[in-house]
Structure formats: structure tokens, C-alpha cells
Design a protein around this ligand. Structure first.
Ligand SMILES: CC(C)(COP(=O)(O)OP(=O)(O)OC[C@H]1O[C@@H](n2cnc3c(N)ncnc32)[C@H](O)[C@@H]1OP(=O)(O)O)[C@@H](O)C(=O)NCCC(=O)NCCS
Length: 158
């Protein structure tokens, strides 16, 4: 498995990966909608990283670097294909993302996780993210987001 920057050629398989996710379907993600938002992310300078194995793309990390909130970067999405989980792919994507945020001189990495997504919450907590609050109905009515933050100056160089 290797991690690479996404290119425009990756948009169609990435849109399929996103639209195939049960989690993202709860947020109304469709193949066309995913392709459109991935395309605007790439054109707008977001950092999109793909995890590749023999079969092609098996994961995506989507990072937006900002100067807002004391130079926070935002991990918009971390997603590993169902059949490729528990092999270190999520960890490798997260480490690559943290290095990119640190290189962009961001001081924090922030992210939102659906509160009911236990597996992802344990994953982030193991990787040094602190749960700092909840945002009911923030991204979608009826769904509460847990807000996590990691201090990159303290441990984001991984
Ligand atoms: C959360 C998520 C990204 C984790 O990805 P992953 O590739 O399974 O993560 P990793 O393999 O790096 O680590 C997870 C597990 O594998 C273990 N692991 C880490 N490296 C490993 C390796 N080299 N070999 C075997 N297992 C490993 C970890 O200890 C961890 O253990 P667990 O399965 O008991 O929890 C993935 O579950 C996912 O895509 N979920 C749906 C989307 C989502 O919830 N995203 C987060 C909100 S945006």
C-alpha cells in the first residue's frame, strides 16, 4: 500500500468510494455530488491523499488547511474501503495528513465524527485527538457531530 496525492484521474474512483460508504449515504452523498465536491476541492487547493494497493484506490484523506481558529487545519474526510480496514491504511493516511498540515504551518488539526461512530472515535483518540465538544445538527439535521482537536506542535510530525 502506498499514499499519493490525488490527481484529476482519481476523481471517478474516489467518488465511487465515497458513494459506497454507508456512513456518507447518511449525509446524502451521491456519486455525482461526491465527484463535484472532490473536483472543487482539488481545484481549490485542498490536499487530497489516496491510499493505493494492487486493486487501486482503497482510501482517501481530505485536508483543508486554514489560518482560522489559531491556524487550524480541517480533516474533512478520512475513509478506508470496507474490505481494506484494520491493515494500517487509516493510520498511514492520517499520518500523511498530519505531516501536510504541519508543513503548511497549521498548529492544530480539527475534525468532526458522527457521535455514534464508535470505531472512528476510538481510532482518533488512539491517535492523540481530544474530544472537545459536540455539535448537534451541525452538518445534517438530527445527527450530532463530535469535535476533535490535535495539537500539531505537540505531536503532529509523525
Ligand atoms: C476510521 C477508519 C478511517 C480507520 O481506518 P483503518 O484503515 O481501519 O485504520 P487502521 O487499520 O490504521 O487502524 C484501525 C485498526 O487497525 C489496527 N491496525 C493498525 N495498523 C495495523 C496493521 N499494520 N496491521 C493490522 N492492524 C493494524 C489498529 O490497532 C486498529 O485496531 P482496531 O481494528 O481494533 O480498531 C475506517 O474505519 C473508516 O474508513 N471508517 C468509515 C469512515 C469513517 O468513520 N471515517 C472517520 C470519520 S470522517
Amino acid at each position: 500500500m502506498r499514499i499519493a496525492r490525488a490527481t484529476p484521474d482519481d476523481l471517478a474512483p474516489l467518488a465511487r468510494l465515497m458513494a459506497g460508504s454507508a456512513l456518507l449515504r447518511r449525509y446524502g452523498v451521491t456519486p455525482a455530488g461526491a465527484r463535484s465536491s472532490l473536483g472543487s476541492g482539488l481545484r481549490g487547493g485542498d490536499a487530497l491523499f489516496v491510499a493505493l494497493d494492487r486493486d487501486g484506490i482503497v482510501g482517501l484523506a481530505w485536508l483543508i488547511t486554514t489560518r482560522a481558529l489559531d491556524r487550524s487545519a480541517y480533516l474533512r474526510l478520512l475513509l478506508v474501503a470496507d474490505g481494506a480496514r484494520s491493515r494500517g491504511t487509516g493510520t498511514a493516511l492520517l499520518a500523511r495528513t498530519e505531516r501536510a498540515a504541519h508543513a503548511a504551518r497549521c498548529r492544530h488539526l480539527t475534525l468532526l465524527v458522527t457521535t455514534s461512530n464508535r470505531r472512528a472515535r476510538v481510532f482518533y483518540e488512539r491517535h492523540g485527538y481530544a474530544h472537545v465538544g459536540d455539535l448537534p445538527g451541525f452538518a445534517r439535521p438530527g445527527i450530532t457531530e463530535a469535535l476533535y482537536v490535535k495539537d500539531l506542535a505537540g505531536g503532529g510530525r509523525g
